[in-house]
Design a binder for this molecule. Sequence first.
Ligand code: SUG
Length: 452
Amino acid sequence: MSYIEYNFDGLVGLSHHYGGHSFGNVASGANKAAASNPKQAALQGLKKAKTLAQMGLESGVWGQAILPPQERPFLPALRKLGFSGSNADVISQSAKSYPQIFAKTCSAASMWTANAATISPSLDTADSKVHFTPANLVAMYHRSLEHETTGNVLQAIFADSRYFSHHKALPQNMIYGDEGAANHTRFYSDHSNSGVEFFVYGAESYASSPNSVKPSNYPARQTLEASSIIARNHTLSLDKVVFAQQHPDAIDAGVFHNDVIAVGHGNFMMCHEMAFLNKEAIYAKLKSTFTGDFYIHEVSNEDLPIEDVVSSYMFNSQIIGDAESGMFIIAPQECADNSRVKAAIDKIVEGENPIKGVHFFDVKQSMRNGGGPACLRLRVLLSQQEIDAVSARVVLDDSLYSDLTTWIGAHYRDQLTISDMVDPQFYEEGCTALDELTQIMRLGSVYDFQKI
Ligand code: SUG
């Protein structure tokens, strides 16, 4: 049976802004309160997706799809805080009493779909179904508001229970802190056998050894407990699962997710030397668990100091293609503008591994909040039968691209600050736009405001 990896890119939401909401995310802190341009952000993301869709079509190796944004400000969260009355009342009262919390309920962070969920393809699971677990994202309040709508959207798209199995997000507590696919990679040699699922965590909630370490300045957003539960729920075969701890010094330097310092695809992983604790043991475990040749390209701190890793997002590149026809790095434009990073990438392209070249993309609006190309996509490996079972209009072809571009043009603002979102009209405009989007994408009712 043939399988295709679909990259589901998150469409940037109408409320994209710089709130400084993510402690430990350097870019988010640095750009707090800068004016954003949601229209440009959405078009930048969509352009990357469209280019990759075209390349994927030509190569026949991967596909491109889209996930919708979420409703913001998120009124159910504000109502839980005791604000009541009409939508306009809830918005104006909460914005006045708790301006910072109100701003968090406006975050468009669901655009970073690498954090939407962890997904195991049917090739890896005991019941041969695709398993989905939306990430609880409990480490950051603004992101903890995403999982319910994310679950609705995934269930609307992957509705056929013959092929798809949906789990609830893990309990809302840091013991089970889960950030989704940003800390999960699947390695494989081909698309007809099971792969190796690689789970990376920041800390153990309950240390299993007196030598256990944690970051000291910034939160470890993913726990080993969370990763283990997901592996169990997804019915993975434990001899094909590898767990690794992120280096706490990297988290303290601003590497809040593993995908800011390592990226894997097929039989290849590129990472910085500070990515993992006990790195030699991790590399050896990956190589012994994998069947076939496995390539690891490690970049040293001498060649590329960790500060450059964080500012350029080199490891937040996507890798596309396959070992046969060649793999390509999809890097943020910032990498081309930093000579040390560019040299590190050139070394990878010239090295002995499946990488054949690099393409740079401008996703600056997202980068300013700490989201590069890989943050913007969620990988879903699907068989032909499974993709045929999807009736929603999510695969990005020319016609969906054209409809989405028109939709963005009609509804998005080209400048936005927090104060604009205090106007109840902004919320109403958002609902009208998202309602239209669910029709364009044939999603049915997935938003809270669509409940009768
Ligand atoms: O969770 N930024 C996101 C960036 C997520 C990046 N995703 C991956 N690495 N996969 C976060 O920190 C900032 C929002 C603000 O400050 O307005 C934010 O949520």
